[in-house]
Design a protein around this ligand. Structure first.
Ligand code: FPP
Length: 235
């Protein structure tokens, strides 16, 4: 049997470069997103089979609504198709899907497909796949702050209850910190992705466009991560 790779607990991927992948091939940007969706499914199945506990993916930022209406519509329809049909294979593989992000202004049919998938997979015990959709890290922190202020106003918590752990529990999902953040597509920035959870993450940037990210490169990145010396502020 092939040896399993040593994995971090929580990996995040900023899936960038779908558009450029398509343009390079004379295809439409939509075809790039379609190819990215296939890659996502394949990599999630691979990482789950390797035993990964948490995988967070940046699917659509709150700022992505500024894109051309046609592209936004294509992506929303693609999300529905993936969640309703193609993610059946993830369910079969025991993956539990959760979402992070704001509801507004997502269409009802998108919200329904998200809910359905979440409900269907809620008792699965494999990898937890956190899909950041209509997500912004600054909004997540603002929304958490509002929630804690409400609790404080209603005397449900005191100021001393507000600890880093309590903040984590009150973000969109209660997930452990990110250990490794991978960004494809050549840019070296966080773009508002899981700001709180990425505090002590290791970063890996690759020029590969997301649709071309494969198991081999992912394994290489994880092996590189395993060699890093994480000090968490100590020495
Ligand atoms: C960034 O590439 C990618 C996105 C904004 C969309 C990511 C979506 C997918 C991978 C499709 C499926 C997702 C799910 C959750 C089913 P870009 O379009 O900004 O590429 P560019 O920088 O080359 O233009």
């Amino acid at each position: 049997m092939e040896e399993k790779i040593v994995l971090p607990n929580h990996i995040g991927i900023i899936m960038d470069g779908n558009g450029r992948w398509a343009t390079k091939r004379g295809l439409s940007r939509s075809e790039g997103h379609r190819a990215g969706a296939n890659t996502l499914k394949k990599l999630c199945i691979f990482l789950n089979q390797q035993g990964l506990k948490y995988l967070s993916l940046y699917a659509f930022s709150t700022e992505n609504f500024k894109r051309e209406a046609k592209e936004v519509e294509y992506l929303m329809n693609l999300f529905i198709k993936m969640f309703k049909e193609e993610f059946a294979s993830l369910h079969k593989e025991n993956v539990r899907v959760v979402f992070s992000g704001k509801k507004e202004p997502l269409r009802n049919d998108v919200l329904e497909a998200m809910n359905e998938l979440m409900q269907k997979t809620k008792d699965n015990t494999g990898c937890c796949l956190n899909i950041c959709l209509n997500y912004g890290g600054q909004y997540e922190i603002a929304d958490m702050t509002k929630k804690l202020c409400e609790e404080y106003k209603k005397d449900k918590i005191t100021l001393d209850d507000i600890t880093p752990e309590y903040i984590q529990e009150n973000l969109y999902q209660n997930l452990p910190p990110l250990d490794l953040v991978i960004r494809t597509g050549g840019e070296q920035r966080l773009s508002n992705f899981m700001l709180y959870q990425a505090s002590y993450a290791e970063f890996f940037f690759t020029d590969t466009y997301f649709p071309d990210l494969d198991e081999k490169e992912l394994t290489r990145i994880i092996n590189d991560f395993n060699k890093r010396n994480r000090r968490f502020g100590g020495n």
